[in-house]
Design a protein around this ligand. Structure first.
Ligand SMILES: Nc1nc2c(c(=O)[nH]1)N[C@H]1C(S)=C(S)[C@@H](COP(=O)(O)OP(=O)(O)OC[C@H]3O[C@@H](n4cnc5c(=O)[nH]c(N)nc54)[C@H](O)[C@@H]3O)O[C@H]1N2
Ligand SMILES: Nc1nc2c(c(=O)[nH]1)N[C@H]1C(S)=C(S)[C@@H](COP(=O)(O)OP(=O)(O)OC[C@H]3O[C@@H](n4cnc5c(=O)[nH]c(N)nc54)[C@H](O)[C@@H]3O)O[C@H]1N2
Ligand SMILES: [Mo]
Length: 652
C-alpha cells in the first residue's frame, strides 16, 4: 500500500478519461517498465536480479535479469504490458474467429505452443517497438524521464545523445528475454507533444500542437493533496492556432473516425488486463508463490495464472460519435473506485438537462459539459453518490458508514459553483478520509475510526509480506538497506584526464523548490530570482577539494550522460552529495559540455531507470496493480556522478 493515498482519481474523472462509459477494460501501463524496455536501458543493466538476494533466500530470482523479471510479471498478469503480444491483437481475434474459437482460448493455445510470445520477451524486435507517442501534460524529455540520453538515442534516434555506457556482458544478459546484437535506435515513427510551452519534449517532437493556457479555456483541477475543486475559466479565447486540449483531442477523434471508414471499420480487439487491486483478482495467486505457466509450473488460465484476456469490440468509425456523448456504461456498470461501484441514476437526466442530448445521451460536445459530467459522477462532488457508495460499503463491512456522508447528502457541486469559488470536496468512499464541515481530509481515518478493513491481505496495517520474492530479498519485513555499491559494479566514473580535479558524489534530483517540475521557471521573474539557469548544489568540503568556487560552471558526468551547470556551494549539503533540483529544460541557459561538445543536459541526463524486482509483484492482495497507484518506480537515487570545474568560459 502506498504510504499516502496518492493521485487517487475521483471516479467521475477516471470514467471519462478512460472512456469507461463506452468500453472496458482500458489499456493502462506502468511507465517505468515500459520505458526500461522501450529506451533499451535494460541492455545496460549489469547486475542480475539476485545480486541483492539474502544468503538466507529461497533462490526465487536466481539467474534472472531484471528484464526477465519484467517479462515474468507481464506473463503472469502482475503488471500490464503493452504492446502485449508480438502479434497485432486485431489479427489474433480474426484468426480465432476463422478457427471457430473464442479469442482468449485461441491465444492461450498459441502461447502454449510458443507460436505467440509476449512482446516484453523480445522488446528489440521491430514488431514490438512502440511507434507512436502523443505526450500531453507531461514533459517527458525535459523533465520526467529517467535516463534522458537513452530516450534520445534509442527511442528517438538523436545522433549526438550523450550515452557513454557499455552494455551488459554475455554472462550478465537476460536469459528469457531475447538479446539482439545491435541495439535499435530511433524506434518511434511519430512523436507529438501537446503543450503551451516550447519545452524540452516539444524540441524533439515531430508535431507540436499548441495548447490553450489556463486562462484561455474551461477546465477543472482537483489534486490528491488538497481538498478543493477549482475551475479554470476562459478570460480570452486561445490565440492564433492554439486550441483547448478538449478541442485538440476532439478534432483528432473526428479525423480519425473519418479515416477509419476506409482503414479499420469495426474490429474485435483483445485487451490483456492485469490482475487488479481492489478486485477478486487479488486472490488469484495465493500464498505468495510464484508459478510460471511457461515453465510448466501451472496451466495458463486467464485471470488466474496470467492476464485476463478480454475481447472488446471497437467501431473505429464511431470514436468521434462516442467522444461527443456520455456512454451507457456510465449507469449500467457505474464507476468503480476501490471496488465500490457508484451508480449514477438521476444524474444522467440532470446531465441531459444541463448539457443537452446527442442520440438520446447526455452531450459532451464542449469542455464545460465534460466538467459537469465529472462533477456529477464523483462522490466527492455529489453527496447523493457518496451516501450510496457508503451504503454499498456498509453491506460489505457490516459497519455503519453512511452517516459520514449524510451531512452533505444534498450537496451537488456544479461547474457554476466552482466558478464562484473553489469548493471543498466531500467525504466519499472513493477515499479513506472523514472530512466534514469541521474536519480536513486525512488518509485512513475511516479504517482507524470506523474499523473498515485496510486493503491488505490481513485487513490490518500489515508489515509482513510473505511473498517468495520478498523473502528472497530478505524484505518480508521492513528493513534498512544501505545505498547500493554502484561504483563497485560499473567502475569509476572519473574521466582519468591528467591534471583534472574530479570527485565522485551521490546524485540526488529531488523536486524543485522554485517550480513544479519544469513549469513556472522559464519566465523572467524566476530566471532572475536565483541564478538564471541550471545549478548543482555541492558541499563546501567537496567544492574546496576540486577547487570549485560558488557560481563556477561545472560538468557533472557519468556513463549515462553529461550536465553543465553552475555550482551552488553550501555547508547545508553533506559531503559526498550532488543535488540538482528537478528539472531545468536543456534549452534554458545550458552551455556546451567539454566531454560531448554538445549541450549539457538535464538532471535526468545522468540518471537511469533501475527497476526493483519486488515492485513488479502482482496478483497478491495489496501487491496488485492499480493505475497510478501501484507499480515499479524508476528508483534513480542510487546513482554516482563525477564533478569537475568547466575549463574556460561557457560556450553556448
Ligand atoms: N530524476 C528525477 N526524475 C523525476 C523525479 C525526480 O524526483 N527525480 N520525479 C518524478 C515525478 S514524481 C513526476 S510527477 C514527474 C513529473 O514530470 P512531468 O509530468 O513531465 O511534469 P512537468 O515537467 O510539470 O510537465 C508538465 C507539462 O505539461 C504542460 N502543461 C501544464 N498544463 C497544461 C495544460 O493545461 N495543457 C497542456 N496541453 N499542457 C499543460 C507544462 O507546460 C509542462 O510542459 O517527474 C518524475 N521524474
Ligand atoms: N515546489 C514543488 N512542489 C512539488 C513538486 C515540484 O516539482 N515542485 N512536485 C510535486 C510532486 S509530483 C511530488 S511526487 C512531490 C514530491 O515530494 P517529495 O516526496 O518530498 O520529493 P523530493 O523533494 O523529490 O524528495 C524528498 C527528499 O528526499 C531526500 N532523499 C533522496 N534520497 C533519499 C534516500 O535515499 N533516503 C531518504 N530518507 N531521503 C532521500 C531528498 O534529498 C529530498 O530532500 O512534490 C510535489 N510538490
Ligand atoms: Mo510526482
Amino acid at each position: 500500500m502506498s504510504a499516502q493515498e496518492k493521485v487517487r482519481p475521483i471516479s467521475g474523472w477516471s470514467t471519462l478519461a478512460f472512456a469507461l462509459d463506452w468500453n472496458r477494460p482500458p489499456r493502462q501501463q506502468a511507465t517505468s517498465p515500459f520505458w526500461f524496455l522501450a529506451s533499451d536501458q535494460f541492455r545496460f543493466q549489469r547486475t542480475r536480479a539476485d545480486v541483492y538476494s539474502t544468503p538466507l533466500g529461497n533462490g526465487a530470482l536466481r539467474g534472472m535479469h531484471v528484464a526477465d523479471c519484467n517479462a515474468l510479471a507481464a506473463r503472469l498478469g502482475w503488471m500490464p504490458s503493452y504492446p502485449t503480444f508480438d502479434r497485432n491483437p486485431l489479427d489474433l481475434t480474426r484468426e480465432a474467429a476463422e478457427a471457430g474459437m473464442e479469442a482468449p482460448a485461441y491465444v492461450v493455445e498459441r502461447l502454449k505452443a510458443q507460436e505467440l510470445r509476449f512482446a516484453a520477451e523480445d522488446p528489440d524486435a521491430p514488431e514490438n517497438f512502440p511507434r507512436v507517442l502523443t505526450l500531453w501534460r507531461a514533459n517527458l524529455l525535459g523533465s520526467s524521464s529517467k535516463g534522458h540520453e537513452y530516450f534520445l538515442r534509442h527511442v528517438l534516434g538523436v545522433e549526438d545523445a550523450a550515452v557513454r555506457n557499455v552494455e551488459a556482458e554475455p554472462d550478465q544478459r537476460p536469459t528469457d528475454v531475447v538479446w539482439h546484437d545491435e541495439a535499435p535506435t530511433g524506434k518511434f515513427d511519430l512523436f507529438t507533444t501537446i503543450d503551451f510551452r516550447m519545452n524540452g519534449s516539444a524540441l524533439y517532437s515531430d508535431v507540436v500542437l499548441p495548447a490553450a493556457t489556463w486562462y484561455e479555456k474551461y477546465d477543472l483541477s482537483s489534486t490528491d493533496l488538497h481538498p478543493f475543486v477549482h475551475s479554470f475559466n476562459q478570460a480570452v479565447p486561445p490565440p492564433w492556432e492554439a486550441k483547448t486540449d478538449f478541442d485538440i483531442f476532439g478534432r483528432v477523434a473526428e479525423r480519425f473516425s473519418e479515416l477509419a471508414v476506409e482503414h479499420l471499420g469495426t474490429r474485435t480487439d483483445l485487451v490483456a488486463a492485469p490482475l487488479l487491486h481492489d478486485t477478486p483478482d487479488e486472490l488469484a495467486q495465493p500464498f505468495g508463490e510464484v508459478r510460471d505457466w511457461k515453465r510448466g509450473e501451472c496451466e495458463p488460465v486467464p485471470g488466474k495464472t496470467m492476464p485476463k484476456l478480454v475481447p472488446v469490440e471497437r467501431d473505429y468509425t464511431a470514436v468521434y460519435r462516442k467522444w461527443r456523448a456520455l456512454g451507457p456504461l456510465a449507469e449500467q456498470l457505474g464507476s468503480s473506485a476501490k471496488g465500490i461501484p457508484l451508480k449514477p441514476t438521476v444524474e444522467i437526466d440532470q446531465l441531459r438537462a444541463a448539457n443537452g442530448e446527442i442520440d438520446g445521451r447526455p452531450a459532451l460536445t464542449r469542455d464545460v459539459h465534460m466538467c459537469e459530467a465529472i462533477l456529477a459522477l464523483s462522490g466527492v462532488t455529489n453527496g447523493r453518490l457518496a451516501v450510496e457508495g457508503f451504503k454499498g460499503l456498509e453491506q460489505r463491512t457490516g459497519t455503519r458508514l453512511a452517516d459520514i456522508a449524510e451531512e452533505h447528502a444534498d450537496v451537488r457541486i456544479t461547474f457554476g459553483d466552482t466558478q464562484v469559488q473553489p469548493r471543498k470536496v466531500l467525504a466519499s468512499p472513493e477515499w479513506s478520509g472523514m472530512e466534514s464541515r469541521e474536519r480536513r481530509y486525512n488518509p485512513f481515518t475511516i479504517n482507524v475510526e470506523r474499523n473498515v478493513p485496510f486493503r491488505t491481505l490481513t485487513g490490518r496495517q500489515q508489515l509482513y509480506v510473505e511473498h517468495a520474492w520478498m523473502l528472497e530479498y530478505g524484505e518480508a519485513l521492513p528493513t534498512y538497506r544501505p545505498p547500493l555499491n554502484v561504483l563497485g559494479v560499473v567502475g569509476t566514473q572519473l574521466s582519468g584526464e591528467e591534471g583534472r580535479k574530479e570527485l565522485h558524489v551521490r546524485w540526488l534530483s529531488p523536486h524543485n523548490k522554485w517550480s513544479i517540475h519544469s513549469e513556472f521557471q522559464d519566465n523572467l521573474h524566476m530566471l532572475t530570482l536565483f541564478r538564471g539557469g541550471p545549478v548543482v548544489w555541492l558541499s563546501d568540503v567537496d567544492a574546496r577539494e576540486i577547487e570549485i568556487a560558488d557560481n563556477d560552471w561545472c560538468e557533472v558526468f557519468n556513463r549515462n550522460g553529461v550536465i553543465v551547470a553552475r555550482a551552488v556551494v553550501s555547508h547545508r549539503i553533506p559531503p559526498g552529495i550532488g543535488l540538482m533540483y528537478h528539472s531545468q529544460d536543456r534549452h534554458v541557459n545550458v552551455p556546451l559540455s567539454e566531454i560531448t561538445e554538445t549541450r549539457g543536459g538535464t538532471d535526468n541526463s545522468v540518471t537511469r531507470i533501475s527497476l526493483k524486482p519486488t515492485h513488479l509483484i502482482g496478483g497478491y492482495a495489496q501487491l496488485s496493480y492499480g493505475f497510478n497507484y501501484y507499480g515499479p518506480t524508476g528508483t534513480q537515487r542510487d546513482e554516482m556522478v563525477a564533478v569537475r570545474k568547466l575549463l574556460g568560459k561557457p560556450v553556448y
